[in-house]
Design a protein around this ligand. Structure first.
Ligand SMILES: Cc1cc2nc3c(=O)[nH]c(=O)nc-3n(C[C@H](O)[C@H](O)[C@H](O)COP(=O)(O)OP(=O)(O)OC[C@H]3O[C@@H](n4cnc5c(N)ncnc54)[C@H](O)[C@@H]3O)c2cc1C
Length: 331
């Protein structure tokens, strides 16, 4: 499949990038690593008139320690996030999640900003134009019907990136630049939980930086992922867990899930169930049940919703038990 025609814009500064975006906001699409966008353009899911290649903007690269914690530029490749020593040590759940994205080559090209802004996925959407046309299109693109929830008016395409649940567990914030200046919001306020309008990023805005607070530095954490091919696939369910380990007890626990809803979501009720507890099998099972209740997978992927929800429960329990006894670590 060939690429549709487009004009490539290559700003050298953030100010220039924001200005170029403001000139034709509805017709311009940002490209970072291009690992998701380019295949989608070949499938005619996006046919922007202009592609804004932001890779030439130096201030969007790199990881810096600050008084508040850690700052990660939106263009930082996932390989760097995976191997960065500070992240591996102080924000382990994020480094681990980044290391499960796609394959090594895609992690070299793919960026953390692109991962956070990743498009939602569905069996009826991530297909060629010919395929989608033969099915009468769908709500997310070119049509008005949902094949996943017939009769429904909402899009249920699943948000399927690996790093956002880890970032949610760490209470990450993001910085967004636009024509009116920059704004900083909690990542948990960024997503809409709608498959079609997936984020609150306006079409004249750019995600510039991610902030990890000092408060969650040193939290024990891990990420577990269900996928068909272990070497390369998007998650069909993903679970991030993080907490402060204190004298054999769990403090300030957080669990977040991905790929089973139109947004990555923090699991509610976890603090009430886990705070101050020792991680026994019963406690881990109770947390698994909470996570499974938050998951609402539908027939958006190759595996059944029932299996994906059950795996959310199982992987959450395993993640917690592995963190309780790291030497017993399983896949
Ligand atoms: C075979 C294959 C397997 C994959 N497996 C996984 C997987 O297991 N897990 C996973 O999470 N992902 C997976 N991906 C998707 C992708 O590789 C990653 O999500 C990657 O992090 C995307 O980053 P990117 O820089 O390439 O984004 P791009 O493709 O450049 O962009 C993705 C989207 O984000 C927007 N965007 C990018 N940067 C910004 C920014 N700074 N501000 C505003 N908008 C922005 C773009 O406009 C576009 O809509 C896979 C892709 C392929 C092809």
């Amino acid at each position: 499949m060939s690429l549709p025609d487009f004009q490539l814009l290559r700003p050298k500064t953030l100010t220039e990038a924001v200005a170029r975006l403001a000139e034709n906001p509805g017709e311009t699409q940002i490209i970072a690593g291009g690992t998701d966008l380019i295949p989608s353009m070949r499938q005619r899911l996006f046919t922007p008139r202009y592609l804004l290649d932001i890779r030439g903007i130096p201030e969007l690269h790199g990881i810096r320690q600050t008084a508040e914690g850690l700052e990660i530029g939106a263009l930082t490749p996932l390989t760097v996030v995976e191997h960065n020593e500070i992240l591996r040590h102080d924000y382990h759940v994020l480094a681990e999640a980044a290391g499960t994205v796609a394959s090594p080559l895609l992690r070299n090209m793919g960026t953390i900003g692109g991962n956070i802004c990743l498009d939602t996925r569905c069996l009826w959407y991530n297909q060629s134009l010919t395929w989608r046309k033969s099915c009468g299109f769908c709500i997310k693109k070119d049509g008005d019907l949902c094949h996943v929830a017939p009769g429904g008016k909402e899009c249920w395409a699943a948000f399927s990136a690996d790093t956002p649940p880890a970032l949610l567990c760490l209470e990450a914030e993001i910085e967004i630049a636009g024509p009116k200046g920059t704004r900083r919001i909690l990542l948990s306020d960024f997503y809409t939980n709608r498959g079609d309008e997936r984020t609150r990023l306006a079409n004249d805005e750019i995600l510039t930086r991610v902030f990890l607070p000092r408060a969650t530095s040193g939290y024990r954490g891990t990420y577990r992922k269900l996928r068909v091919r272990g070497s390369i696939d998007y998650p069909l369910a993903g679970i991030a867990v993080a907490f402060k380990a204190a004298n054999g007890h769990v403090e300030d626990p957080r669990i977040a899930i991905t790929a089973v809803n139109p947004a990555p979501l923090v699991v509610g009720g976890v603090k009430e169930k886990l705070n101050g507890k020792t991680l026994t099998t019963e406690v881990a099972e109770a947390a698994g049940a909470l996570a499974a209740r938050t998951a609402r997978p539908l027939t958006t992927s190759a595996l059944t919703p029932e299996y994906r929800r059950e795996m959310v429960r199982v992987l959450t329990k395993r993640a917690l038990l592995d963190l309780a006894a790291p030497e017993r670590k399983r896949s």
